[in-house]
Write a protein that binds this ligand. Structure first.
Ligand code: ATR
Length: 284
């Protein structure tokens, strides 16, 4: 029997700019693994072009669906017909697909965060207290993930404490906003410490952090993956804590989209991780 999906068009990631997106490597790897005759490509779509692009997507002739990245996540959410609860809470969508002529949307970042830790630091969600450094867009998905996994106490520490407060208000009673000077106090006894800031990214000035107030077996992770071992992770490791890098979040957040578009749930394996790492060596 011929799989009718094979005759349908492929999927995409749309961003502006879109240079160096790793998503085509990930999805094309899975397409060939499942022997699916389709394709996934990176498209440069400007903010001006986005409404027209989504109108075309809705017609169902050009694409099965796709990913939306910076700066389109908020607008993609607004233009979708059926955003799910995850996307609604974040006010942003990164994955859209067609179903019954309507554009459905979700945000898979919280899943990517949790699935990466499930794989790298199993048992990570058994902690009672977690600390999240940063209160930008990326921090939201992390907070959503921690709260949805039932972590009782979540401290969001940010240079601009107002931004942390806005997130605390949005995500519920267990979330506490803290200014940067409160960091060592809230780290006391915490079992999980997550960096979501760009501090130390691409060689920028790193902040010296004393991890010692953390619980003895605390876990430390960073959602930044360039470089793979950020200054934050290197310091945590040197101080004796188990660490997980952020590349797995990128790989795992791609899983639900592939399944929606192509009907198979893919696996994040070591070969895929290596392919993406190789591409980073070439493009920085
Ligand atoms: P993203 O959407 O990737 O999370 P963002 O919205 O620009 O990016 O947020 C960046 C985060 O890094 C913020 O929490 C920011 O703190 P402010 O809200 O106070 O700006 C944090 N950050 C960036 N540079 C920083 C620095 N030099 N010191 C402390 N925090 C910094």
């Amino acid at each position: 029997m011929v799989d009718s999906r094979e005759t349908l068009p492929g999927a995409f990631v749309a961003g502006f700019p879109i240079r160096h997106s790793r998503s085509p490597i990930i999805h094309n790897y899975w397409l060939s693994q499942f022997n699916i005759r389709s394709h996934y490509e990176a498209l440069e779509v400007s903010p001006d072009q986005l409404p027209q692009f989504i109108a075309e997507l809705r017609k169902g002739q050009a694409w099965r669906g796709g990913n939306f990245t910076i700066p389109h996540k908020e607008e993609a959410y607004r233009l979708a017909d059926r955003p799910d609860d995850l996307a609604k809470e974040l006010g942003a969508a990164n994955t859209l697909w067609l179903e019954d002529g309507l554009i459905h949307a979700t945000n898979t970042d919280a899943h990517g965060f949790a699935a990466n830790l499930d794989s790298e630091l199993p048992g990570w969600d058994k902690v009672t207290s977690a600390v999240v450094l940063g209160a930008g867009g990326a921090s939201r998905s992390v907070i959503q993930s921690l709260r949805n996994r039932g972590i009782k106490e979540i401290h969001v520490v940010n240079r601009t404490v107002d931004r942390a407060r806005q997130l605390a208000d949005r995500f519920g009673a267990n979330i506490h906003a803290q200014p940067l000077p409160a960091l060592s106090e809230v780290l006391k006894g915490a079992g999980l410490f997550v960096n979501t800031t760009s501090l130390g990214m691409d060689g920028s000035e790193a902040m010296a952090i004393d991890f010692s107030p953390l619980a003895e077996k605390a876990l430390v992770t960073d959602i930044v993956y360039t470089p793979l071992k950020t200054s934050f992770l290197a310091q945590a490791e040197a101080q004796g804590f188990a660490i997980a890098d952020g590349l797995g979040m990128l790989l795992h957040q791609a899983v639900p989209g592939f399944e929606k578009w192509f009907g198979h749930r893919p696996i994040v394996d070591q070969t895929l991780r290596q392919r993406v790492m190789d591409s980073m060596e070439h493009h920085g």
